[in-house]
Design a protein around this ligand. Structure first.
Ligand code: THU
Length: 137
């Protein structure tokens, strides 16, 4: 990828540090995420699996929950790291969780050898269900 933002390497380092703590004994698929808030703070997360498989949580939602609990709201970008050959995009549930707070989020995923992919959240989740979708309830 040609145009990576100046914050990218810092976010990648935070995501990798979180990934080192991932609890992924069932999938052997450790993931790290670093979410940059509009106020400049960066929040890391890792996936947290469970012997009851559906109780597991993705790295992106752990980062998001940590950020929300710290009072952050708007978000600019997220960097996702995994140990896979190809960059790991966020799952559908994480796309939905993120769009609540950051419809214009920039999403980056990077492999251990530094190959990066970039998407806008809008292209990953077209026609999103958002708080505005509830207005006619
Ligand atoms: N996972 C994430 O944490 N983030 C992603 O973007 C994709 C999937 C986790 C969920 C599960 O613990 C493991 O990776 C395999 O799906």
């Amino acid at each position: 990828m040609s145009t990576l933002p100046p914050e990218f390497e810092r976010l990648r380092a935070v995501a990798d540090a979180a990934r080192a703590n991932a609890w992924a004994p069932y999938s052997q698929f450790p993931v790290g995420a670093a979410l940059e808030a509009a106020d400049g703070r960066i929040f890391g997360g890792c996936n947290v699996e469970n012997a009851s498989y559906p109780a597991g949580t993705c790295a992106e939602r752990v980062a998001l929950g940590t950020a929300i609990a710290a009072g952050a709201r708007g978000f600019v970008r997220v960097v996702i790291t995994s140990n896979q050959h190809d960059p790991t995009p966020p799952c559908g549930i994480c796309r939905q969780a993120l769009v609540e707070f950051a419809p214009a989020l920039e999403v980056y995923a990077v492999t251990p050898d530094g190959r990066a992919a970039r998407w806008s959240l809008a292209e990953l989740l077209p026609a999103p269900f958002t708080p505005a979708s509830l207005e006619n309830v």
